[in-house]
Design a protein around this ligand. Structure first.
Ligand code: G6P
Ligand code: MG
Length: 222
């Protein structure tokens, strides 16, 4: 196997938290009289909390000072935490644990690479705090995707060169980040949207070692 490490995004790959981000932002935008739709929410996937707020304020044509922004981000996060605190291991997306198990049996390192500062809380709620060899998240890195920092840091933590890492991502910004890191990227979601990924599957339940090997071969890594 060419691949030595697999790096997973959290939101939208391991768990479906996009819906909770959406309801929390929606609650805030309703209070602010900003029209915010599920389509707008797509733009926030993979984007950091403060950058998400900036996008929302731009949609609503509102200008606020930094302390007002910090306050709004804190309120949104308080609501978001209320929702994710109710998550359980049943919220792990189908195929995740099975695929991770296969990778581990084949001595491939497993890392997490997420922009979320709530990563430890979520991993704890779904019982996956010991599932990864390394966790790089919004608490350990400062540059948001599409900057490759979070994936490069995850590779460093598992001590594998970036060129032998495969990233699983559901967001456009995340796919760009993986490509910027010089990694193979497998998109999770709709192949018409995630066009830049090297391959797209609907969920980790569609992944297996044969697909990974076939992709390595197609890309000329063997
Ligand atoms: C992930 C999600 C984004 C979210 C970001 C920060 O990348 O896809 O929608 O804004 O994490 O999450 P946080 O939990 O720190 O607010
Ligand atoms: Mg994501």
């Amino acid at each position: 196997m060419w691949t030595r490490a697999c790096i997973f995004d959290l939101d939208g790959v391991v768990v479906d938290t996009a819906k909770y981000h959406y309801i929390a932002w929606k609650r805030l935008t309703d209070d602010l009289d900003i029209l915010f739709t599920e389509k707008d929410n797509e733009r926030l996937k993979g984007v950091s909390r403060m950058d998400s707020l900036e996008i929302i304020l731009e949609i609503g044509g509102k200008q606020l000072n930094i302390s007002e922004k910090m306050e709004l981000a804190a309120i949104k996060n308080k609501w978001y935490i209320e929702y994710v605190s109710r998550m359980t291991p049943r919220d792990i997306l189908p195929g995740t644990l099975e695929f991770i198990d296969v990778l581990k049996k084949n001595r491939i390192k497993i890392a997490l690479g997420s922009a979320s500062r709530n990563t430890p809380l979520i991993l704890n709620r779904i019982g996956m705090n010991n599932a990864f060899d390394a966790v790089a998240d919004g608490n350990t890195v400062s540059k948001a995707k599409p900057d490759p920092e979070v994936f490069i840091e995850a590779a460093r933590m598992v001590d594998i060169e970036t060129g032998r890492c495969v990233v699983f991502e559901d967001a456009l910004a995340g796919i760009e980040a993986a490509l910027n890191a010089g990694m193979i990227c497998i998109g999770i979601g709709d192949k018409n949207i995630l066009k830049d990924a090297h391959m797209v599957v609907k969920g980790l339940y569609e992944m297996d070692l044969n697909k990974l090997t076939a992709l390595e071969k197609r890309l000329g890594y063997e």
